[in-house]
Design a protein around this ligand. Structure first.
Ligand SMILES: Cc1ncc(COP(=O)(O)O)c(C=O)c1O
Length: 466
């Protein structure tokens, strides 16, 4: 064994204790850590012939990067849709690394990790109040890969309607995909899947400051397809204003028209945890496939999401992802193996952080997290509405505040730069209704009323500088 590795093996307890101490220092100081850093091109270090061992690597890392790692897991990081990590999720994530399983089969010789993943999916279905037996679920790196995986099966379904096995023959001709406000990652998935991002048929949104699909226009567009099967991508939570498509109405359309129904519920799925908001998802259990992100509102560390595909489409799913030409893996129908049902072959025990967090906090824990975030969004929106300098661009439908500078929208991005530069709260830019705007998305379990007050103070400070 290499001498330095041997030394590290001897020092394992010391190393892990040191890492624990670093982790604790970081997490205990998270409220005071900056939420942004001015990223400069850096000088990259070189590979040494003789390594220096883990403790020296840790010291070198700390001296170069500790000060500039931002508090993206902290309570006032409201950019994009960035969740935090619960203590239980951190525990699960650390142990997933320590166990280092390759999560594949559920029976026969091997390890138990695929069963842990299936159990976690079951817990998630219970949390989200979806029918337990209807969906096959699996973990992927994020909602982008979840959208990709679901839409791959949708593509296979579409081919099958025309007697084609697209996984084998490739896409020929233009396949029909309809959506009103797809997330950019769903459009990216169309590009990756050879469906062509520009082939998306745009459905109108409802009038009156809405981002939800106009169902009259949807039906009109369906009629124009003259009976051709298609994929419908719908939204449970648009990014700017968290609008939801009307899933009950869409399920009724399914009785009359022939389509694959996908829902991107990356973070909106968690409305199911809050009784006052669960109605937004009414009817979603009819969808063929659903995307849910875990590194958003479930508050587990990156990279973590899962997909759900109706079990009745299992053969289509397998046709897409089957790792054929590997006889040593056995008959995929006989022996369930995750690698035949999703993009990756080798994969870590991604479900473990979610398993730990779900067991640790249960349905009530997640109800509290979700309701807390919604309350925080409303508190910030109340300030924005009252303050003359700002304009709230849409009602707070769930957990996101979308606003701009009243009468000075052209300065919104400059204002945001100043705000983020203060380093205490972080938000991200967007364009909504043609206006430059700012988004604050609340999905972190740590965020309290006090954080909103701190952010208000920061907004007022930034106003003085613009
Ligand atoms: C609705 C929606 N779908 C998909 C994504 C992509 O998620 P990820 O970055 O985890 O791939 C996001 C990210 O914000 C999202 O909000």
């Amino acid at each position: 064994m290499n001498e330095i590795l041997k030394g590290d093996l001897n020092d394992l307890e010391l190393i892990l204790n040191q890492v624990k101490a670093e982790g604790l220092e970081f997490l205990n100081g998270i409220n005071d850590r900056r939420t942004s850093t001015d990223i400069q091109p850096m000088e990259y270090s070189d590979l040494e012939v003789q390594g220096s061992g883990t403790l020296a690597a840790l010291a070198a890392f700390k001296s170069r990067f500790d000060d500039i790692i931002v508090a993206s897991t902290g309570p006032r990081y409201w950019g994009f849709v960035t969740g935090g990590s619960t203590p239980a999720a951190i525990a699960g994530d650390w142990l997933a690394t320590v166990y280092d399983q390759n999560t594949q089969t559920v029976k026969g010789q091997g390890d138990i990790s695929a069963n842990i993943e299936l159990e976690t999916v079951r817990l998630l279905l219970q949390l989200l109040r979806l029918p337990e037996d209807a969906y096959l679920g699996g973990f992927v790196t994020g909602a982008t890969m979840s959208n990709f995986s679901c839409l791959a099966v949708a593509r296979q379904w579409l081919g099958a309607q025309q007697g084609e096995d697209i996984a084998k023959t490739g896409v020929s001709g233009t396949l029909k995909v309809l959506s009103a406000m797809p997330h950019s990652s769903a459009v990216k998935s169309l590009a990756l899947l050879g469906l062509g991002s520009q082939n998306l048929i745009k459905v109108k949104v409802m009038p009156g400051n809405r981002e939800a699909m106009d169902l009259n226009d949807l039906e009109q567009q369906i009629l124009e397809l003259k009976g051709a099967p298609f994929i419908l991508i719908s939204s449970a939570g648009t990014v700017n204003t968290v609008d939801f498509d009307d899933f009950e109405a869409i399920s009724k359309l399914r009785e009359r028209y022939h389509f694959w129904w996908h829902i991107d519920a990356a973070f909106g799925a968690f409305a199911a945890c809050a009784p006052a908001y669960a109605h937004l998802l009414k009817g979603w259990e009819q969808a063929d496939s659903i995307t849910v992100d875990c590194h958003k509102w479930l508050n587990v560390p990156y990279e973590n999401a899962f997909f759900l595909v109706k079990k009745e489409h299992r053969l289509l799913q397998m046709a897409c992802f089957q790792n054929s030409n590997a006889p040593y893996l056995g008959d995929p129908l006989d022996n369930f193996n995750y690698l035949n049902f999703l993009p990756e072959n080798s994969r870590r025990l991604k479900a473990l952080p979610a398993w730990f967090s779900l067991k640790a906090y249960g349905a009530k824990g997640y109800q509290d997290i979700v309701e807390g975030c919604i309350a925080r969004a409303k508190e910030l929106a109340e300030f924005i509405e009252k303050e003359d300098a700002f304009e709230l661009l849409a009602p707070v439908r769930l957990n996101t505040v979308c606003f701009t500078l009243k009468g000075a929208g052209d300065k919104a991005f400059e204002f945001l730069r100043i705000l983020n530069d203060q380093g205490v709260v972080f938000m991200t830019p967007t364009v909504y209704g043609g206006k430059h705007a700012i988004r604050a998305a609340f999905v972190n379990w740590r965020t309290t009323e006090k954080d909103v007050l701190v952010a208000i103070e920061e907004l007022n400070q930034a106003l003085k500088k613009i």
